[in-house]
Ligand binder design. Structure first.
Ligand code: PLP
Length: 332
């Protein structure tokens, strides 16, 4: 079987670094969407509570319900409530959807400062605020999301400026809280003094930035292991697996491990992949049988999603969120 271990010491170490960056544990909203970036929603929620985190961000109602007992504040990014809740806040992503929220719902208004994905436009702001009032919703915060916080030549500064202008205007009439930082923006802005930060990938230890920052001290939390199905010794010029994609160059021991793309390990890692211990893959990642040049009973497949991402030509977010729910997760 494939197995995931979650390193509690590394997670707490990352939270220490994040806390130092924002200078308050109360301001940390841990992003737990998509099964906590593949780490396991309830496992990470429990650990976060143990550390003292009081705020969480998720995608759906279903996720919010599963972790309601662990937090004082939960922000749902893309769902509407059945009945208003005291803990759960819902995001308004579109001015036309304000009508769908039941009276009394706690809401946060997303504004589009330049990402052009979700949120009301800056010119729609006043209209949105009055619709929220007419609908009888309880507005707590206004927030935005950065498109280029992890890119030096993008529009990060521009979005930041748009958001501070908006904040100044709104604050003249309404007392609300404001937030914009994801992981990259938090580590980019040494003096971040926002009311809250929405931190995902940094907490999981896989933030990558094109500039030097305290994020370099973060440590990956998740490791993937797999157990051996069988071993064989192959002579020179024998092939392994589908498409005979690998041929031996000498006599070697090849073992097959009980994991593959059905567990969410990306098939793009076929052929070139090497484990953190330098063990090479033999051929393709299969559905649930993948072979390596090894005789070990248990193989560490990866302990840093950023390294896997390089082999698969993708980002650590995809490597992590691809890991399926059925894999057993254990806190170590
Ligand atoms: C996913 C998400 C985040 C977290 O982003 P990271 O880069 O993982 O820190 C923050 N805010 C919103 C709106 C998101 O969708």
């Amino acid at each position: 079987m494939a197995r995931i271990t979650l390193n509690k010491a590394n997670f707490f170490h990352n939270l220490d670094i994040i806390k130092a960056q924002i200078k308050s544990i109360k301001k940390i909203a841990l992003v737990l969407k998509d099964n906590a970036y593949g780490h396991g929603l309830c496992e990470m929620a429990k650990l976060a509570k143990e550390y003292g985190i009081t705020r969480a961000v998720v995608r759906s109602n279903a996720e919010a319900e599963q972790i309601e007992e662990f937090f004082e504040y939960i922000l749902v990014l893309a769902d509407t409530p059945k009945t208003p809740s005291e803990k759960i806040r819902y995001t308004i992503n579109d001015i036309h959807k304000i009508k769908e929220f039941p009276k009394g719902t706690l809401v946060e208004l997303k504004v589009d400062t330049g990402m052009s994905r979700n949120g009301v436009g800056l010119t729609q702001l006043q209209e949105a605020l009055s619709c929220i009032q007419t609908q009888g919703l309880v507005l707590e915060s206004i927030f935005t999301h950065h498109a280029c916080a992890d890119e030096l030549d993008g529009k990060y500064e521009l979005q930041k400026e748009q958001f501070s202008k908006l904040k100044e205007t709104v604050l003249q009439t309404l007392k609300l809280s404001f937030h914009s930082c994801n992981s990259a923006a938090l580590f980019r802005d040494e003096n971040c003094d926002e009311d809250m930060v929405r931190v995902g990938i940094a907490a999981y230890g896989c933030l990558e930035l094109p500039f030097s920052s305290n994020a370099e001290k973060l440590k990956p939390v998740l490791s993937l292991y797999a157990d051996k199905n069988s071993s064989r010794v192959l002579k020179c010029r024998e092939s392994v697996g589908y498409g005979a994609a690998f041929s031996t160059k000498e006599t070697v021991c090849v073992s097959n491990y009980d994991f593959g793309y059905a567990d969410g390990f990306l098939r793009a890692c076929s052929k070139e992949y090497k484990t953190p211990e330098g063990i090479s893959i033999a051929g393709r990642i299969s559905m649930d049988n993948s072979s390596f040049l090894s005789d070990r009973d248990e193989l560490l497949i990866f302990n840093d999603a950023r390294e896997v991402a390089k082999f698969a030509k993708t980002i650590s977010y995809e490597v992590l969120t691809s890991l399926k729910h059925h894999i057993k997760r254990r806190i170590v």
